[in-house]
Design a protein around this ligand. Structure first.
Ligand code: NDP
Ligand code: 13P
Length: 338
């Protein structure tokens, strides 16, 4: 028999909406919190979030509100789907409205600037008494909305929490796997955005398949090396939140980060590309923070440094490969080597 949860999703952009709708379709009442009154009215009237997912029908179990109090009332699971730049502000606003037993789940794939905090760490700081989890993986919102089969990984320190989230989200077209490595899963989702920009750039410049394969594999090594230094399990990067998400975002024009790379590769200035974006692309911000954090931690990240120089110092793309084989990185798969 279905155990019914009461759920709120904070952030009514493309991913918040699609995850809220998956849960509603599974029979759980879901409240989607947005800050735009007209959009809330339109969602409740038309069962469609026309700005972010036009043509995608929303289940009647899903209602929208601009009231955080109403969204949080009586819930046992809360999903956070606002961009990382707004994450702490929203977490702080909801902190006094949820009970200590409410499970908090981050869907956000980004990093907070001062401190290099991941979203689960912000949740720990702002709502220390609540259990936490994250969801990540190759999950382009538009494809899930189109009904294509997708898989995600939920990660927390408790098998019971992972099981609860599996039962809440799993369906015929959305497969849910579990992991105990919350930090690694979350880091994988945030870091791959940076390499998606690089892949988009390579696509625009017609790098060719060999070069693309090289870049993707070295990107995996580089992000895993960094994550291992931060305490993540290297094996996590062979899973959905690592290889899975890296592959998808590094090969699809549906990825906003990939599209930024493509535009830059076609010669558009970064400032102009960013000014034209109407949805969040976390990778540009993450690139800067990652470069600084890698320097602090002494992790060799030639692709991150190379991309940063291309974007911010107008270095030619051909320079990207200059520093790739220096020091101990001449070994393949060095991040799991004993
Ligand atoms: N889209 C995707 O395919 C996937 C996205 N993600 C991650 O999910 C997170 C959210 O992305 P996504 O849904 O795509 O982003 P979108 O750009 O589609 O939407 C962002 C949403 O957040 C809202 N928002 C922004 N700031 C605030 C704030 N201060 N208070 C309240 N609401 C706010 C926006 O509101 P408004 O409309 O009023 O501006 C909008 O509804 C990102 O970290 C992204 O990396 C993860 C997996 C897949
Ligand atoms: O994380 C994503 C797919 O898994 C979405 O990527 P973008 O934010 O680049 O669109």
């Amino acid at each position: 028999m279905l155990h019914t949860h009461r759920v709120a999703v904070l952030g009514g952009g493309s991913f918040g909406t699609v995850i809220a709708n998956l849960i509603a379709t599974n029979g759980h009442p879901v409240c989607l919190w947005l800050r735009n009154e007209q959009r809330v009215e339109a969602i409740n009237r038309d069962h469609e979030n026309a700005e972010y997912l036009p043509g995608y029908s929303l289940d009647p179990h899903l209602c929208a509100t601009t009231s955080l109090e109403q969204a949080a009332a009586g819930i046992d699971i809360l999903f956070m789907a606002v961009p990382s730049a707004s994450f702490r502000e929203v977490a702080r606003a909801v902190a006094s409205l949820v009970s200590p037993g409410t499970l908090l789940v981050s869907l956000t794939k980004g990093v907070e600037a001062p401190g290099f905090y991941l979203m689960s760490e912000i949740l720990e700081q702002e709502l220390p008494d609540n259990p936490r989890a994250v969801l990540s993986g190759p999950n382009l919102a538009g494809e899930i909305a189109a009904g294509n089969i997708a898989g995600a990984v939920v990660a927390s320190r408790s098998e019971e929490i992972n099981g609860t989230l599996h039962d809440l989200l799993h369906g015929e077209r959305f497969l849910v796997y579990g992991s105990p490595d919350m930090y690694g899963v979350e880091l994988g989702g945030a870091l791959k955005n940076v390499y998606a920009i690089l892949a988009g750039l390579g696509a625009a410049l017609d790098f060719g398949e060999n070069t693309t394969g090289l870049l993707l594999t070295r990107a995996l090594s580089e992000m895993s090396r960094f994550a291992v230094q931060c305490g993540a399990n290297p094996m996590t990067f062979l899973g959905l939140a690592g290889v899975g998400d890296l592959f998808v975002t590094c090969s699809s024009p549906l990825s906003r980060n990939y599209r930024i790379g493509q535009a830059i590769g076609r010669g558009q200035p970064l400032a102009e590309v960013l000014a034209g974006m109407d949805q969040v692309a976390e990778g540009i911000n993450t690139l800067e923070l990652l470069k600084a954090q890698a320097e602090v931690r002494g992790v060799h990240m030639p692709l991150v440094n190379g991309l940063y120089d291309i974007l911010h110092h107008s270095r030619p793309v051909s320079d990207l490969f200059n520093d790739m084989m220096s020091r101990e990185q001449a070994q393949d798969v060095e991040f799991v080597a004993a």
